[in-house]
Design a protein around this ligand. Structure first.
Ligand SMILES: [Fe+2]
Length: 241
C-alpha cells in the first residue's frame, strides 16, 4: 500500500513515457515494488505550455492509461498532478491552482536549474499566501546544501527521489534528514525504463519504519489535509547538510 509521490508515467504526456506499452511496464514495476498509488506528475513549463493545453493533454493520456490498466485489472490508483517549474512570475499565472494534485491544494514544484535564486523565497511565499497552495519541492537530492537549508527555513515539505538512498555514500545523510523530519515524501521520479522502481523497492527496505512515516505524509496530502498539523514533520530540527 505504498504511494509514489512523483512519477512520469502518463503515455506521451511528457518525456517520461513514449508509449502506452512503456507506461504499462512502468506500472507493473511499480506494483512489484509494492506501490498501489502513483501520483502522476508530468512536467509543466509555463513558458512552453498553457494550463488548458496541459490539462487536456494530461486528461487524454490519463484516460488511455486507465482504460489499459482496467482491462488487465492492474489495481493501480493513478492521481493526476504535475511537476511545475517555479519561475518568478509563476504565482501570477491564471489557473495555477488547476495544477495542484487533484482534490488537494498541494503542488509539486521544482526550482529552475536546481538552485536558489534571489526571487525564490518571494515567489514561494506568494504561492503559499497569495494562492493558498502547499508546495512540495521535488527531488531534494538534486539541490545544494544552501538551497535545502533555505527551503527548510521556509518550512516547505520536501520530496526525495528513492534512488538517492541507494549509493552508500549518500545514504546516511538522507536517512538522518528523514529521521529528523526534514524530508517528508518519497518518489520514484520514474522515466521510461522504470529502473527507478527497482531503486524504490530497495529504498523501501533501507527505510524500514521510516517508510511508514513518509507514506503517511503522502496519504495526508492526498486526502487534501494539512500536512502541518498531522504529518511526521518536525520544523525545529538542526539538520547538518
Ligand atoms: Fe520529475
Amino acid at each position: 500500500m505504498l504511494i509514489d509521490f512523483h512519477a512520469h508515467i502518463l503515455p506521451g504526456c511528457d518525456h517520461g513515457s513514449d508509449s502506452l506499452e512503456t507506461s504499462m511496464n512502468q506500472l507493473r514495476m511499480a506494483k512489484e515494488a509494492g506501490i498501489t498509488t502513483v501520483v502522476a506528475t508530468p512536467h509543466f513549463y509555463m513558458y512552453h505550455d498553457t494550463v488548458d493545453s496541459f490539462i487536456n493533454r494530461r486528461e487524454h493520456s490519463y484516460r488511455m492509461l486507465i482504460d489499459a490498466t482496467e482491462s488487465v485489472d492492474l489495481g493501480m490508483n493513478i492521481v493526476k498532478a504535475a511537476e511545475v517549474t517555479l519561475y518568478i512570475d509563476l504565482p501570477s499565472l491564471e489557473d495555477l491552482n488547476r495544477l495542484c494534485i487533484e482534490g488537494t491544494n498541494c503542488m509539486l514544484l521544482e526550482l529552475p536549474g536546481y538552485r536558489w535564486s534571489v526571487w525564490t523565497a518571494e515567489s514561494l511565499s506568494q504561492i503559499i499566501q497569495g494562492r493558498n497552495i502547499i508546495p512540495v519541492i521535488a527531488h531534494i537530492d538534486r539541490y545544494d546544501a544552501h538551497t535545502v537549508r533555505r527551503l527548510i527555513e521556509l518550512k516547505i515539505p520536501l520530496q526525495l527521489n528513492a534512488s538517492a538512498l541507494i549509493p552508500f555514500s549518500r545514504r546516511s545523510k538522507y536517512m538522518r534528514m528523514i529521521r529528523e523530519g526534514a524530508v517528508h515524501l518519497l518518489g520514484s521520479d520514474a522515466h521510461n525504463t522504470a529502473d527507478e522502481y527497482k531503486d524504490f523497492a530497495r529504498a523501501v527496505k533501507i527505510l524500514g519504519s521510516q517508510m511508514d512515516a513518509m507514506n503517511r505524509n503522502a496519504g495526508i496530502l492526498l486526502d487534501g489535509e494539512s500536512i502541518f498539523e498531522k504529518a511526521h514533520i518536525s520544523w525545529e530540527h538542526n539538520v547538518s547538510l
